[in-house]
Design a protein around this ligand. Structure first.
Ligand SMILES: Cc1cc2nc3c(=O)[nH]c(=O)nc-3n(C[C@H](O)[C@H](O)[C@H](O)COP(=O)(O)OP(=O)(O)OC[C@H]3O[C@@H](n4cnc5c(N)ncnc54)[C@H](O)[C@@H]3O)c2cc1C
Length: 424
């Protein structure tokens, strides 16, 4: 059966967007603002894709620990950051080495952390001076410039900048391994530089109502009824008669253009593009009667004492994430083994950090995310083609950087290309 995705006038819509993650929502909003008619089809039951939050027993659980870096240029451009009521982490991290936690702060933003940072056993004094030099270099260079030039693996980049193995293992590996879901540090050095700059320029923050508030804000800017949930695309075609999307239900919908805004693996299969590898990640959430630490730093495991790479006491950062008198602990695990009981493994590891109190924590939920981020190994080229010809378009973090910034940017620049193509 063929069903045209119709605009109010009954004409086929200008664009069918497949996927209501950040990229698809941005593309749809941008196109509607440019006067185009748009239908978004989304396989799941809500907007946000990888950026969704669930309410469980009064706790706000993001589907995987993640943060918005407020320095992302597209966040400033496309989001109403004030309305998100952002709650920021302290800049830096508390790194666990041996049986102690050491605050490695940003002394330029928090002078009180100068001493703890200087004495933290994560590297030599020269390593820490190199860290300042790295910060200065990336802040002096435009992000677009950081994404150009020769690329190499992050670990080689750090070694050639003179960082010691101790500094790499105890600081960069848990911090960037967690952010880029890449504890091997084999990902693009260009991306490392950009993320390091974003961390130095702004805050790592979450909206008071959970990360899902970000896509919800964008979706609120769409015309009512734009998004059709529970609607999965199984094929995308372009012919002389027009563009069509075959749905899992067997229906076919047609439009003047089709924007595939799914994650990279699905986009590759729908459009016949080169395969995109995926990085897996998991997050185990616990309800704790009291917080194991009182600060707002992300806690890093500097010595790989188990599968948990970093821990965030979400309720210290955003009290609204937990009911009054309770605390929310998020334990993030990269590349989790299929047969590992993540709750048991996380509890065992965190008991070795914080003792018997951990046995009193109630397991809330574990998320395993098969496609956390697309692989972006060097040489990494952002700004990949979004206009594929014949009315077909593609966007998503796999076309730009593997991040919220990349998804927002990709959605916008794809919409600009569609708007040009559907101008007449
Ligand atoms: C645990 C985790 C932590 C992260 N941490 C951070 C972080 O701290 N900071 C940061 O910047 N980024 C982080 N990221 C990355 C960031 O979330 C993503 O880069 C971004 O959300 C990707 O958005 P997208 O719109 O490109 O894709 P997606 O969010 O994957 O959206 C794709 C949408 O398409 C839908 N879809 C798929 N196939 C079909 C189909 N056949 N038909 C219809 N619909 C379909 C999906 O259901 C989904 O809604 C993290 C990701 C994860 C998973």
């Amino acid at each position: 059966m063929t069903a045209a995705a119709s605009s109010a006038s009954g004409e086929p819509v200008d664009a069918i967007v497949v996927g209501a993650g950040l990229a698809g929502l941005c593309a749809a909003r941008h196109l509607q603002r440019a006067g185009r008619s748009v239908t978004v089809i989304e396989a799941s039951d809500g907007v946000g894709g990888r950026v969704r939050s669930d309410m469980v027993d009064g706790f706000t659980l993001d589907r995987g620990f993640q943060v918005l870096l407020t320095a992302y240029p597209e966040a400033t451009r496309q989001l109403d950051l004030g309305a998100l009521e952002l709650r920021a982490f302290d800049p830096g991290a508390a790194v666990r080495v041996g049986s102690r936690f050491h605050v490695v702060g940003d002394p330029l933003r928090q002078p009180a952390t100068l001493w703890s940072t200087s004495v933290a056993p994560i590297g030599s004094p020269i390593d820490k001076l190199r860290l300042l030099a790295l910060r200065r270099r990336v802040r002096r260079t435009e992000p677009a410039q950081l994404l150009r030039g020769t690329d190499e693996a992050t670990i080689d980049h750090l070694r050639s900048a003179g960082f010691s193995p101790r500094m790499i293992d105890r600081f960069f590996r848990p911090l960037f391994g967690g952010i880029q879901l890449d504890p091997s540090l084999s990902g693009s050095a260009r991306m490392f530089d950009v993320i390091f700059r974003m961390l130095s320029d702004g805050d790592s923050a979450v909206p008071a109502a959970g990360m899902g508030a970000i896509p919800a804000q964008i979706a609120a800017g769409l015309a009512p009824g734009t998004v059709r949930f529970g609607t999965r695309a199984v094929a995308v075609e372009s012919s002389a008669e027009g563009r069509s999307v075959r749905l899992a239900s067997g229906d076919v919908i047609t439009g003047r253009s089709v924007v595939v805004a799914t994650e990279g693996t699905a986009a590759a299969s729908l459009l016949g593009l080169p395969a995109v590898g995926s990085k897996r990640v998991a997050c185990v959430y616990f309800d704790a009667p009291s917080a194991p630490v009182s600060h707002r730093y992300v806690v890093l495991d500097g010595t790989r004492s188990g599968p948990v790479l970093n821990v965030a006491i979400m309720s210290n950062v955003a009290p609204s994430y937990a009911p009054a008198g309770r605390h929310l602990v998020a334990a993030a695990i990269t590349d989790p083994a299929d047969d590992l009981d993540l709750e048991v493994a996380a509890r065992t590891q965190l008991r070795s950090w914080w003792g018997g109190q951990v046995d009193g924590w109630r397991h809330l939920r574990t998320y395993r995310i098969e496609h956390g981020q697309p692989d972006q190994t060097p040489p990494f080229h952002p700004r990949q083609r979004v206009a594929l010809g014949d009315g077909l378009f593609v966007c998503g973090d796999h076309r730009d950087t593997a991040s919220i910034q990349g998804a927002l940017f990709s959605g916008r620049r794809c919409a600009e290309a569609v708007a040009v193509a559907t101008a007449s």
